[in-house]
Design a protein around this ligand. Structure first.
Ligand code: F6R
Length: 615
């Protein structure tokens, strides 16, 4: 996601801030900005694109050698509002007094913005972040000190944030705060660097103080005061820790590959995709992005989902979710096929496109074809401001953060989260009961924790990878919700390990492909204890009779499968409709470890690109 750097101390701030931004580039971003304070005058620079562009602009303005000793800087990965100079951080209040950088999402920014606007505050960006700095300025008007105003403003926020802010009137310190978005302070000799990530700090100091959720800090060149946001006046003592990693290890957070790191970010991908979009206890789902077409959606009687690769498999699960919960007929059409068929639309048809990058040429072609025909087009996209995000009629962002590994993982799970919530939203407009909604949402709330419990058992996947890595082919089978998981598991295995993976509906396997099976052709069978379990079990018997080795993904406590399968991976009990989130995670861990054990470049598989912009 975005990156934060703040500096105060004996050195010139500008080079330290720019160095920090460069070290954060690996996280992915689409604009960058910096603000420094020299003798009560703030100088701010923002640029869309690379940090290099920002550096050139600063050089041209003759400010690279500025004597400022305090400043804040940011690399932004757009979430609310397109990548642009207006939306880039640092953001300031109307009078240019406070300059603030923020990572995370402010869930209640719309209501806060409305209140502030009604009291006469003028906004200059589309971001959720700007409300925070405008709020601080507003609180100061009420006579509070900078520190108090910051605290009062924070108490009004709902959502996730790592924030650093400086005041033009108080150049002796920076204020920082954290809630569900990392923030740390590098403690140097007569200098402090506040950052979202240790890699921005290690060039200057290895001594780091980590802020915890719900804490704020007053940071001066030679002092640090940490308190709870909720409780003024009670200073928390925190010793600095010494980090003994180099910058490249820190970028991957200690993981060997970005793909591994991104698999471990899957629980937070679910949280981020759902953040602010549902209230389980009320059975309520809402999306800011589609509010304006709410009544049109009520009239929709057919949906086509178009996407490519992993995103298309998310779409396939979307088909199951929407048909089951909303009762609307759905068909999934691969992007590259959609355009060259003669898809039949009526004015009550909607097209949903799903894309991580928002730049996939085949998916974009589907958008353009549908718009040409005049039907409603809705996008489920990760990259804000991407071409697809801009061209659809309206959309829902998945907020998975940048995905660097070429093989998609956390983006898929975030797409599933949004599709499930959308299915519920459409269902509530139709026949889905509030009680059933509450039950599903309650399980969705538990999901991050259950995903974590699988990640804790990663070594099982590693053990199986060792056992199966030398086979040359493998089938992935599942019924109903587990069928798209089988397709996705097979795709992941083949793209990163170069082992042929064949994803198939379990019931269909006997109509041909079963001929492939023998003791050299293992089967990865996904059969949780759901409403098709008994049918899947019969298919498993057919497979065992052909001597194929079987890895089974089952629901915890399934003793009979322990006897039938050669190896078992368990998922916790959960509503059937949520089982694919959990079983997919096992397939990811398995594919990752197979590829890793074969010493392959997991993040950059041969012949593949992260974003496929050709037809
Ligand atoms: C597989 C993978 C690809 C993409 C596909 C669509 O791991 O990453 O199959 O899912 O190229 O890309 P987006 O989602 O960017 O449209």
């Amino acid at each position: 996601m975005c990156g934060i750097v703040g500096y105060i101390g004996k050195k010139r701030a500008m080079p330290v801030l720019l160095d920090g931004l460069k070290r954060l580039e690996y996280r992915g971003y689409d604009s960058a900005g910096v603000a420094i304070l020299e003798n009560t005058e703030v100088k701010a620079f923002k640029k869309v694109g690379r940090v290099e562009n920002l550096l050139k602009a600063i050089e041209t303005a003759g400010e690279l050698d500025s004597m400022a000793h305090i400043g804040v800087a940011h690399t932004r990965w757009a979430t609310h509002g397109k990548p642009s100079e207006e939306n880039a951080h640092p953001h300031s209040d109307e009078f240019g007094k406070f300059w603030l950088v923020h990572n995370g999402i402010i869930e209640n920014y719309e209501e806060l913005k409305k209140e502030l606007s009604e009291s006469g505050v003028k906004f200059s960006s589309e971001t959720d972040t700007e409300v925070v700095v405008q709020l601080i300025a507003k609180e100061m008007e009420a006579g509070l000190s900078f520190e108090e105003a910051f605290r009062v403003a924070l108490k009004k926020l709902r959502g996730a944030y790592g924030i650093v802010v400086m005041s033009a009137d108080e150049p002796e310190y920076l204020m920082a705060a954290r809630n569900s978005s990392p923030l740390l302070i590098g403690v140097g000799d007569g200098e402090m660097i506040v950052a979202s990530d240790a890699s921005a700090v290690v060039g200057t100091t290895k001594k780091i103080v980590y802020l915890e959720d719900g804490e704020l800090a007053k940071v001066s060149a030679d002092g640090l005061k940490i308190e709870l946001i909720a409780e003024a006046g009670k200073e928390l003592k925190r010793e600095a820790e010494t980090v003994d990693m180099d910058a490249s290890e820190i970028e991957k957070d200690g993981h060997d590959f970005f793909m591994h790191k991104e698999i471990f970010e899957i629980p937070s991908a679910v949280l981020n995709a759902g953040r602010g979009r549902f209230i389980a206890s009320e059975g309520l789902v809402k999306f800011g992005g589609i509010e304006e077409i709410k009544s049109k959606l009520r009239d929709i009687d057919r949906i086509i989902i178009s996407a490519c690769g992993t995103a298309a498999y998310a779409g396939l699960l979307g088909e199951y979710f929407i048909e089951e919960l909303a009762g609307i007929p759905v068909e999934v059409e691969i992007g590259s096929e959609f355009r060259y068929r003669s898809p039949v639309f009526t004015e009550r048809t909607a097209l949903i496109v799903v894309s991580q990058s928002g730049e996939t040429a085949d998916t974009l072609a589907a958008v353009r074809e549908a718009k040409e025909k005049g039907i409603l087009v809705l996008g489920i996209v990760n990259v804000v401001g991407s071409t697809i995000a801009r061209e659809v009629d309206c959309g829902i962002y998945t907020h998975a953060g940048p995905e660097i590994g070429v093989a998609s993982t956390k983006a898929f799970i975030s797409q599933l989260t949004v599709l499930l919530l959308l299915a519920i939203y459409l269902g509530r407009q139709r026949n889905l009961s509030v009680n059933e909604t509450k039950e599903i949402l309650a399980d969705l709330e538990k999901l991050p924790e259950l995903l974590d419990s699988i990640l804790h058992r990663e070594k099982l996947a590693k053990k199986l990878a060792k056992k199966y890595k030398d086979f040359t082919s493998m089938a992935f089978l599942g019924r109903k919700y587990s069928f798209p998981v089988a397709l996705e598991g097979a795709l992941k295995l083949k793209e990163i390990s170069y082992i042929h993976g064949e994803g198939y509906p379990a019931g269909e396997f006997k109509h041909g492909p079963i001929a492939l099976l023998d003791e050299k052709f293992p089967v990865f069978f996904i059969l949780p204890s759901d409403d098709v379990y008994e049918k899947s079990k019969s298919n498993l018997e057919e497979i065992k009779a052909r001597q194929a080795p079987v890895i089974a993904i089952v629901t915890e406590g399934n003793k009979e499968l322990m006897r039938m399968a050669d190896d078992v991976l368990e998922i916790p009990k959960i509503a059937n409709i949520l089982s694919p989130f959990l079983s997919t995670l096992w397939t990811y861990l398995f594919a990752y470890h197979v590829a890793d054990m074969k010493n392959l470049d997991v993040d950059k598989p041969r012949n593949l690109a992260k974003s496929v912009t050709v037809e």
